[in-house]
Ligand binder design. Structure first.
Ligand code: ADP
Ligand code: MG
Length: 342
């Protein structure tokens, strides 16, 4: 925790994404998977980025991490302002690969849905956490292993001193996700990007991991961008929410305001399809989805991207992309009819 205190911290953005456009090149031309996204994450804050599959959430986080490979993918325009430990603001969209490597896994960390894709099956979890540390810190192997044990304790893995010797396949899905979190936290990041980290877990383990992330964030004071398609998870974890559809943020609000008074029909529909917190793992369940299919960013409609599926659509919605209205305190919507939703 910094000595500025939590309320002061909240005013300092660790991440400010401004008008981000990310495009993919295909044989049939370029299309925008992210089309003018704005996002802010303050120190010590969890912002949920929520939307159906294909909305552009992962492309947004991969853009922030600069993990999209050229020339197939490129950041067309916009800024990704990051303010880490140095206090200096840097535009990640402009950083060279070397400077980016120095930040990644260090000041900016990421966890994914499937930990096995990031863990090496042939190494013990202790050596992997130690390696993650030694990549960015000048410490001995021995000190790194001791730190690995401490980190496993931090993510509430019992008997950490013995567990460092385990291989990934010897652990349950929930334990592997804890190891991923330990690895992500190894260098004390200012920003953690979590892309559906609990989606593959059953609901009980999911709840445990969400609680763990929440308490670690409070303890460590980092900013978290938490990506999910599940409004139930949003309610559990977020301070603020940005709702994404068709490559655009269509509503953003403090979590209470969003649930009390959603300002966009898409947000309302997402809430209506909120999966029940029962014992069926989410990946094995068919969700009651919003009618119609998710907009194809290769052929976006000329107006509001949600218009073809919207119950409230007017001719004006289909004519031009709606602007953004401030509809409450730190609450913005891109729906023409926001006043009728209130
Ligand atoms: P989400 O994470 O919200 O489910 P994504 O960000 O993965 O969605 O995808 C947004 C859009 O970009 C989708 O239409 C997807 O098909 C497209 N897309 C994602 N990755 C690639 C890629 N590597 N090449 C081409 N298109 C991609
Ligand atoms: Mg995704």
């Amino acid at each position: 925790m910094s000595d500025a205190g939590p309320s002061a911290d909240r005013d300092i953005p660790v991440l400010a994404v401004r008008d981000l456009v990310t495009a993919f090149r295909t044989p049939r031309g370029e299309f925008r998977a992210v089309d003018g996204v704005n996002l802010t994450v303050a120190r010590g804050e969890t912002v949920a980025l929520v939307g159906e599959s294909g909305s552009g959430k992962s492309v947004t986080s991969m853009s922030i991490m600069r993990l999209l490979s050229a020339p197939a993918a490129r950041i067309v325009s916009g800024r990704i302002l990051f303010r880490g430990r140095s206090g200096l603001e840097r535009d990640l969209a402009q950083l060279d690969a070397r400077a980016m490597r120095a930040l990644r896994g260090n000041e900016i960390a990421m966890i994914f849905q499937e930990p096995m894709t990031s863990l090496n099956p042939t190494g013990t979890i202790g050596t992997q956490i130690a390696e993650a540390l030694r990549l960015h810190r000048p410490i001995t192997r021995r000190a790194a292993m001791a730190e690995a044990v401490r980190l496993l304790g931090l993510v509430e893995i019992a008997d950490a001193a013995r567990r460092v010797e385990s291989y990934p396949h010897q652990l349950s899905g929930g334990m592997r996700q804890r190891v991923m979190i330990a690895m992500a936290l190894a260098c004390g990041p200012s920003l953690l990007l979590a892309d559906e980290p609990t989606t593959a877990l059953d609901v009980t383990v999911q709840a445990q991991i969400l609680r763990l992330l929440r308490s670690l964030q409070l303890e460590l004071g980092m900013g978290v961008l938490f990506i999910t398609h599940n409004m139930g998870v949003v309610a559990e974890i977020a301070d603020r929410v940005s709702v994404m559809y068709g490559g655009q943020v269509i509503e953003s609000a403090p979590v209470r305001a969003l649930f009390d008074a959603p300002g966009h029909p898409y947000t309302r529909a997402l809430m209506a399809s909120l999966p029940r917190m029962d014992a069926v793992p989410e990946t094995h369940r068919r969700l009651p989805m919003i009618r119609g299919s998710v907009v194809d960013p290769r052929r976006p409609p000329p107006g509001c991207r949600f218009a073809p599926r919207c119950d409230m659509v007017l001719p004006a919605c289909e004519a031009a992309v709606p602007g953004e209205w401030t509809i409450g305190l730190a609450h913005r919507s891109r729906c023409l009819r926001w006043q009728e939703l209130a």
